[in-house]
Design a protein around this ligand. Structure first.
Ligand code: 5RP
Length: 221
């Protein structure tokens, strides 16, 4: 089974979390695209839909679904999104698609965050995937130097601008022994808009698709 099939099956498994009257946040990426494509028959169950990126909003609208601003909706009942890496504590690296800031806002405003992944994303320790960090353009070099001082190797994602008009640094070789501590620490560096570590607000559920099945991963103690 190829990766796209696994992503589709993880997306299918997330559909059961939608109940009548759900205010739903929708993440970004190829896994979530499968989820979006399954939403049209469920439109009557959706009280509101909020998108984490322009790309997601466009795909939802292409299905004839109405996208609302978070400001008008208030808190979300459910947020469904993929990840670049996930660990057994349900902490994540996200932002491979560059939508990390709005993704983090939606995750924070959701009562339940369901993360859908294929088995290539499941890791013991986060950090093999370079950590995306959204930065204000004028602070890019400053932030990069701070990350070098922390032992990382920042790479500027050239020719990429986020939906918020900012830039992205991908940080290679960062030691992420304590994701909560690192996320808190990086959050204090001026010029960083968003860190692609989702540890302070981890996922509530992880649905992991492998060759045989979709597993609901055991929740951290
Ligand atoms: C986008 C993200 C995505 O969730 C992450 O990159 C996974 O993408 P995909 O489902 O395409 O593997 O964080 O900013």
């Amino acid at each position: 089974m190829d990766q796209s099939d696994k992503k589709r099956r993880a997306a299918e498994a997330a559909i059961r979390y939608i109940e009548p009257g759900t205010a739903l946040g929708v993440g970004t990426g190829s896994t979530v695209n499968h989820f979006i494509d399954l939403l049209p028959p469920l439109r009557r169950s959706l009280k509101a839909l909020v998108a984490s990126s322009e790309a997601t909003a466009e795909r939802l609208r292409a299905h004839g679904l109405t996208v609302s601003p978070l400001d008008q909706v208030g808190d979300l009942d459910l947020y469904v999104d993929g990840a670049d890496e996930a660990n057994p504590a349900f902490q994540l690296i996200k932002g491979g698609g560059g939508a990390l800031t709005r993704e983090k806002v939606l995750a924070a405003s959701a009562r339940r965050f369901v993360c859908i992944i294929d088995d290539s994303k499941w890791v013991g320790t986060l950090g093999a995937f370079p950590l995306p960090i959204e930065v204000l353009p004028m602070a890019r070099s400053f932030v990069a130097r701070k990350l070098v001082a922390l032992g990382g190797q920042p790479e500027w994602r050239k020719d990429f601008v986020t939906d918020n008009g900012n830039q992205v640094l991908d940080i290679h070789n960062l030691k992420i022994d304590n994701p909560v501590e690192l996320e808190s620490r990086l959050n204090h560096i001026p010029g960083i808009v968003t860190v692609g570590l989702f540890a302070l607000r981890p996922a509530d559920e992880i649905l992991l698709a492998d060759d045989r099945e979709v597993r609901q991963m055991p929740k951290p103690a």
